[in-house]
Design a protein around this ligand. Sequence first.
Ligand code: HBI
Ligand code: FE
Length: 283
Amino acid sequence: MATEPVVYGASDRPPRGDYSRAGADYTCEQDYAQYTDTDHDTYRRLYERQEALLPGLACDEFIAALPSLGVKSRIPHFEDINERLRKATGWEIVTVPGLIPEVPFFTLLANRKFPVTDWIRTPEEFDYIVEPDVFHDLFGHVPLLFNPVFADFVQRYGQGGLKAHEQGVCEQLSRLYWYTIEFGLIAQADGLRAYGAGILSSSGELTYAVTSAEPQRIKLDLKRVMRTRYKIDTYQQTYFVIDSIDDLLSQTAPDFTPLYDAIKGKPDFVANASLPSDSIYIE
Ligand code: HBI
Ligand code: FE
């Protein structure tokens, strides 16, 4: 039976979700009967608001893939999405009660299974929720799993995570997840866009991350990212920018051991650190 789950950073609340229904791999069945009319209405309103924001802010690959999620007016049956997702990239989404420990998480990704939380936030949490709910996971993470190159990157991340766990460097690797899969930006020919799930599923941060003059935006440098701390409950102070999803995959193709060795013993950077070696992205 699943033991206590992990939660991003220090959370003062016990993790949500009923972990007693999860197996040893932390997966469970999507409890579709749990959803009330209010839950479906919350999903519909979140989807409509976010979809209207995407033009000019979300990357082309995300906008092209979003319709693959299917129904917008209610929470989808995960199996309906899986029929399309398996055909597209061999991925499937599996249900989890919420955040899960890193090794089960990495193991699922390494096997092209993406863990999707099946509960949804309350109407009072409409604008912000710390932990990932079904809207964050489905709307934020799943569309780009229909993109073959990004799908390969996420599987490689999972495989890298299992190696990182062996080497005791999960914290450094989780920063790569945070600053790419969750909060990554991409420099398209027609301007800056978001590809990170945490940005794409947030009404406030999508506009902020792409257009605000406040945060700094640095071209992705793996050693820099792995030494840079992140915050879990505010907008990011630093975003990292890739040139393309192909570029992200090729930059992260080689084994990370030399990177871990190069940063071993070196101090971390705070989330808003600014270094002379940083290559600042200017639109
Ligand atoms: N669990 N369900 C779930 N979803 C995540 O995105 C997730 C997780 N556990 C750990 C985790 N992410 C992060 O620590 C990654 O950086 C590994
Ligand atoms: Fe996420």
